[in-house]
Design a protein around this ligand. Structure first.
Ligand SMILES: [Zn+2]
Ligand SMILES: [Zn+2]
Length: 302
């Protein structure tokens, strides 16, 4: 699993910072999560092929999370894209994007498929052979969802030398990987566990931006491999976090601790702070395994 941070700062883009966007690579799926202004430039800078992106997830309709979307869709059109593009986001996103394309007389030639979200309960919005994606309803100033990306459990690991020792024909290897017991060539029943090992545990990525401190999300993200949680402020501005419905680094760490996740990525920093290291220092008092998001950072999770 790999996370490419394209942008991770709140509010206005600056010459050296970008608003929120990231690419999650999970079992050969490439998911674009949020699409702040300048995302297509950041995709190019980070050498991520446009054609790999088939699904875009937009958390909410604040500009720092989707103002790059129409530009990206428009560039896909100029590049003669033919493959489908699925966009998941709050109700209204279809109207906003299609109005701009319509008035520019720039309809896409490729299928543009919107999945508008309205539910306040978690819902499964994508499932394929390797992963599922479920919404994480968040509390922010407008309708907002985080997203939980989960690997499905893979096939069992075949122990070839054991399979040979037990005299199993290779045509049965597929059944072994699926967990079935098989017959050896000399007619003995071979229990599956003798010739296979457990697959690696499935990984998961919980993306939560933007949100006020809300322990109600904890059961939804329990034991996630990696949690990205916004930390717009430090505790010195906790009085601003509540009315603007954002979180502090300490609050993000508290959610990580309650949810017993393995790692916490912090981001969505207010541009008022000159040194993002302060976020790590504050969060580390609550939760040990902190990664600071930064534009252009590649986070590999083994
Ligand atoms: Zn934001
Ligand atoms: Zn917001």
């Amino acid at each position: 699993m790999k996370i490419n941070i394209l942008g991770c700062y709140a509010a206005t883009p600056r010459s050296f910072t970008n608003p929120t966007s990231q690419v999650l690579e999970i079992l050969n799926n490439h998911f674009l999560i949020d699409c702040g202004e300048g995302t297509q430039v950041q995709l190019r800078r980070n050498k991520i092929k446009f054609s790999k992106i088939k699904h875009i997830f937009i958390s909410h309709l604040h500009g720092d999370h989707f103002y790059g979307l129409v530009g990206l869709v428009s560039t896909f059109r100029l590049l003669n894209r033919e493959t489908e593009l699925h966009i998941y986001g709050p109700k209204g996103i279809k109207e906003i994007i299609t109005l701009q394309l319509k008035l520019a007389n720039s309809w896409t030639n490729f299928p543009l498929i919107f999945h508008e979200l309205t539910s306040k309960e978690p819902e499964l919005i994508l499932e394929n052979s390797t992963v599922t994606v479920t919404t994480i309803p968040l509390k922010h100033r407008v309708y907002t969802n985080g997203f939980l990306f989960k690997e499905k459990e893979g096939d069992r690991k075949l122990l070839i030398d054991k399979a040979e020792t037990y005299n199993i024909d290779f045509s049965l290897f597929k059944s072994l990987k699926k967990g079935k017991d098989v017959m050896s060539e000399d007619g003995k029943l071979i229990p599956n566990h003798l010739v296979t090992a457990d697959p690696p545990p499935p990984k998961s990525y919980a993306y939560c931006s933007d949100t006020v401190f809300d322990p109600e999300i904890v059961p939804l993200i329990k034991k996630a491999t990696v949690l990205y949680h916004e930390s717009t402020f430090l505790e010195d501005k906790a009085d601003l976090a509540q009315p603007t419905k954002h979180s502090t680094a300490k609050q993000a760490a508290t959610i990580a601790k309650l949810a017993e996740v393995e790692k916490l990525i912090l981001g969505h920093y207010s541009t008022r702070y000159a040194d993002i290291e302060l976020f790590r220092i504050e969060a580390s008092t609550i939760f040990p395994d902190i990664i600071l998001a930064d534009d252009g950072k590649e986070i590999i999770v083994e």
